[in-house]
Design a protein around this ligand. Structure first.
Ligand code: URA
Length: 413
């Protein structure tokens, strides 16, 4: 279809709805290099302000999905399922959930992203495991999926190239926070896994993309509508992200906490959320899933995954030594009382300042730094008691983290 791009941009700017084949032609033209970045950024800004209806969002998702190749599962495959989280602080759920669900016989071809801004990314965490390869190609991924039922990898050049290009553009043009653009971006990548079922963890709160439950519901509704349009069962849980998930924030520190959870131990809020989400996409009951965390079956599947992707499960017990930060300091309570706030957004900012996250997609992350043994809301503490450990490169970084923790943690008498 021949389109006149300035007219499409103006029509969207004026709030018109575009036809699916117009959106398709625009996306195809962008991937082919015929539509330049300046026109696509103007279009993205028009969408940012005027939105898209469900039909347009589905058309954008489909165009981005079909800009590349997808997973092709053979005819006799078990249910193919996955989870996507919109991202939070200390969110290491994927590391536990993928092997847990795969241990029940479902296939989990999890394509994840890197951290950007204050939220961490699954790929960065996995790379804290020495030699773990996240850059698998689709052929390698298919072989591994067939063999062990789980893959955790990054987006390849062939998966949704339109999203890759558009996301990089949105990142530098102030057009990331748009529900239809986020929906198409996330759903195109997830649907490229050729799923039967997807569960979404849509987070809201100070440490999430969406600040309010209402906004999170709008995003969830948009993603569910796209799933319906494309014949994939999508369910969403809306979960608060006002305090960090678990007690660790930082790449290696979060892997250590995830391994604890896979060993049936660790933080209760992490275990609960893993089970809430796993229950939706697994044939097994919550009680059975819980048992698999306690009896080593989920952990055994994670070890298989680590081995299959180049790592050594024996290193999982040594991660604290492998990624030992130059300084590990305690942060102490100024008062006695009950913890009423551990602000996830501020803890996330602090972790980023220490080097655990990235401000630009090309930055590298420091696997060693961050926080662990973090206090939880509702706990009683005494003046002088440690509220967390801070893993830092030097004293100056500690001072930055301390100032943010002073604001993040509130203790009521
Ligand atoms: N994550 C994505 O993959 N895309 C978005 O647009 C936002 C978050």
């Amino acid at each position: 279809m021949k389109i006149h791009v300035p007219t499409l941009i103006s029509r969207k700017r004026d709030g018109e709805h575009l036809a699916p084949d117009e959106i398709r032609a625009l996306v195809d033209g962008y991937v082919a290099g015929e539509v330049p970045d300046y026109q696509m950024s103007a279009f993205a800004m028009a969408v940012y302000f005027k939105g898209m209806n469900a039909r347009e969002t589905a058309a954008l998702t489909r165009s981005m999905l079909e800009s590349g190749t997808t997973f092709l599962h053979g005819p006799q495959h078990p249910p193919v399922v996955d989870k996507h989280s919109t991202g939070g602080i200390g969110d290491k759920v994927s590391l536990v959930l993928a092997p847990l669900v795969a241990s029940t016989g479902n296939w989990v071809p999890m394509v994840s992203g890197r951290g950007l801004g204050i939220t961490g990314g699954t790929l960065d965490k996995l790379e804290a495991i020495p030699n773990f390869r996240v850059a698998l190609n689709l052929e390698e991924a298919a072989v591994q999926l067939e063999r062990i039922g789980v893959v955790m990898m990054g987006q390849t050049d062939r998966l949704c190239p339109a999203d890759r290009k558009l996301y990089a553009l949105r990142d530098v043009t102030g057009t990331v926070a748009s529900i239809p653009l986020i929906t198409a971006s996330i759903m195109s990548k997830k649907l490229a896994e050729s799923l039967d079922q997807l569960v979404l963890d849509v987070k809201f709160g100070s440490g999430a993309f969406m600040r309010t439950e209402k906004e999170a519901q709008r995003l969830a509704d948009a993603m569910i509508a796209v799933g319906r349009e494309m014949d994939v069962e999508v369910k969403a849980l809306l979960t608060p992200m006002d305090e960090p998930l678990g007690r660790a924030v930082g790449n290696a520190l979060e892997v250590i906490e995830a391994v604890d959870c896979l060993d049936g131990a660790g933080s209760a809020d992490l275990r609960h959320l893993v089970l809430d989400l796993a229950e939706v996409i697994s044939p097994e009951s919550r009680a059975e899933l819980s048992k698999r965390l306690d009896d080593g079956r989920a952990r055994a599947k994670f070890d298989e995954l680590v081995t299959a992707q180049g790592g050594n499960p024996a290193d999982l017990r040594r991660l604290a030594e492998i990624h030992e930060a130059p300084q590990v300091r305690e942060y102490h309570a100024a008062d006695t009382g009950t913890v009423s706030k551990v602000d996830a957004g501020l803890v996330g900012q602090a972790a980023m300042q220490l080097g655990a996250g990235r401000t630009r997609a090309t930055d590298t992350v420091d696997h060693a730094v961050g926080f662990d043994r973090l206090v939880k809301v509702g706990e009683r503490v005494h003046q002088g008691q440690p509220l967390c450990r801070v893993h830092v490169r030097d004293r100056f970084d500690y001072d930055i983290a301390e100032a943010l923790l002073d604001k993040a943690i509130r203790i009521d008498p």
